[in-house]
Design a protein around this ligand. Structure first.
Ligand code: GLY
Ligand code: MN
Ligand code: MN
Length: 496
């Protein structure tokens, strides 16, 4: 199947192109498959009819409908009297006429539970609160041929929910998105939009919004996600559970990876992610040997060698977009060498110290500081940096080998809540319901002349996903062994 080309019948175009005032005059963008150079009047007439009514009449709301309603209520309370526009975003071209897999904006999915391209949530201010409407592309019209001739026609991309069905599923009345841009242009009164997802919607609002006010909306929606509700915690646990199975899958095929490359590891984990979830939550880091020292090694095209370590940083994303973010550093042959174990155990000890600092009322920075202190102590003890430890920490000298922060919030984004204000996040205090990673590491680059030769090319990270509870924390990824001897026993059992 190949390109879209313009053909005759004058019908409304797809929502992605519906921003302009005269869009309804545009012809359908037809997909051309080489067999049908044109459409005869007879065929066009024939295709209009003979189709069953497939309306779904016994749908139940999505499981998280109550939670998404509560989130919209919180948003409404923060911005009374203002129209709020939250787009899902549009398809993005990968090449020619193929697109990347669509992932709705986190803000839209968080507030609606819907994940459809071109969708837009609008909260319309009322005397009391707001009225929500979800704007979507309706079922394809069969009368005008849209369903089989348009590139976004259902015959090509699959059945969509009708607006009535969508209203039931998401608990929000649904309207035709093709009318939204025009309506927004006409509307008066204060308005804010979440920027960066839908150029057509933003163009319709361009004279009515300011970057500063829109940023306040984005920041609010980022901070709203700092504390997870019960549904979200359940989804994160599902993501982690699938991720644990993905790690087991990888250990079972390490011999095949040795015969091929890191790609075998990436592919094996991806299979689990696609079968049990929506996708991977971020590009899998399958870093064998010295690649472990490259923090975001996602090329994954290197050799996997017995005697070296594999740093696997991977997470399954659930169908509702919640992702795990887990790292294990594994001896490829199943047993750590003495030096590998020494470095691994130091990182483990640092992680234990970090995990112990995750509790309600603690400063967000505490777990980072606790882990860094342990790593600095080890580096001094090993003679890699001159002490005392306080001097090392004060000057940050350990960072040559610890490289990154010890964790981050986790949720619908792997680095969740990134637009939150510093005082609400990095300079903030932990609360029950927050979910974050604790992931210290030590990395000795292959070309680091300041460490003994035998250290070079060894990288270790251990990363777990923690929920802050009323009295401490719960390690959502505790099912995956962490201590070096437990890792070895677990690998031996899996390899049989
Ligand atoms: N997987 C990226 C991170 O650990 O932050
Ligand atoms: Mn992480
Ligand atoms: Mn990670």
């Amino acid at each position: 199947m190949t390109v879209a080309e313009e053909l005759t019948p004058a019908v409304p175009d797809s929502a992605a192109d519906a921003a302009g005032p005269d869009e309804s005059e545009k012809p359908i963008k037809q997909r051309k498959n080489g067999l049908y150079p044109g459409v005869s009047d007879e065929l066009a007439e024939n295709m209009k009819s003979g189709w069953a009514d497939t309306e779904l009449r016994d749908l139940e709301p999505i499981p998280q409908a109550a939670e998404t309603a509560a989130r919209r209520a919180a948003l409404s309370a923060r911005f009374p009297g203002e129209r709020l526009v939250i787009p899902a975003g549009n398809l993005k071209t990968r090449s020619n006429d193929t697109e990347y897999a669509f992932r709705a904006s986190v803000e839209y999915a968080y507030l609606t539970g819907n994940q459809t391209e071109d969708g837009v949530l609008v909260l319309e201010p009322k005397e009391e609160g707001h009225e929500a409407t979800i704007y979507l592309l309706p079922r394809s019209d069969r009368e005008n041929g849209e369903f089989w001739l348009d590139g976004q026609g259902e015959l090509w991309v699959g059945r969509r929910h009708s607006l009535t069905e969508a209203g039931t599923l998401y608990g929000i009345p649904a309207s035709d998105v093709r009318e939204l841009a025009g309506a927004l242009r006409e509307a008066t009164g204060p308005v804010r939009v979440v920027r960066g997802y839908d150029a057509g919607i933003e163009a319709a609002l361009t004279d009515k919004v300011t970057a500063e006010r829109d940023e306040e909306l984005r920041v609010f929606l980022s901070e709203a996600r700092l504390v997870k509700d019960d549904f979200e915690v359940g989804e994160l646990q599902k993501a982690v559970d699938s991720t644990v199975r993905g790690f087991e899958d990888v250990v079972k095929v390490l011999d095949k990876a040795e015969a091929t490359s890191e790609r075998y590891i990436e592919g094996t984990f991806f299979l689990r992610a696609r079968v049990e979830g929506n996708d991977v939550g971020y590009g899998t880091i399958a870093a064998a040997g010295p690649h472990a020292c490259t923090l975001h090694w996602v090329r994954n095209d290197g050799a996997v060698r017995a005697g070296e370590l594999l740093l696997l940083d991977a997470g399954v994303e659930t169908h509702t977009y919640y992702t795990a973010d887990v790292t294990r550093t594994l001896p490829i042959n199943g047993r750590f060498s003495d030096l590998q174990r020494k470095i691994y155990d130091a990182v483990y000890e640092a992680q234990e110290a970090g995990i112990a600092a995750v509790k309600p009322g603690a400063k967000y920075r505490d777990f980072h500081d606790a882990a860094q202190r342990v790593l600095a102590e080890k580096l001094v003890e090993w003679g890699l940096v001159e002490g005392p430890v306080e001097r090392v920490l004060e000057l940050g000298l350990q960072r040559r080998w610890t490289l990154h922060g010890t964790g981050h919030m986790l949720g619908m984004d792997v680095h969740d809540c990134a637009a939150a204000r510093v005082e609400a996040y990095v300079d903030g205090v932990l609360e029950p319901g927050m979910c974050l990673t604790v992931e210290p590491g030590l990395y000795f680059q292959a070309d680091d002349l300041t460490v003994p030769q035998e250290y070079r090319g060894i990288g270790v990270r251990i990363e777990d996903d923690l929920l802050v509870t009323e009295d401490g924390n719960r390690n959502l990824s505790a099912a995956l062994p962490r201590r070096s001897d437990e890792v070895e026993a677990w690998m031996a059992a899996l390899k049989g």
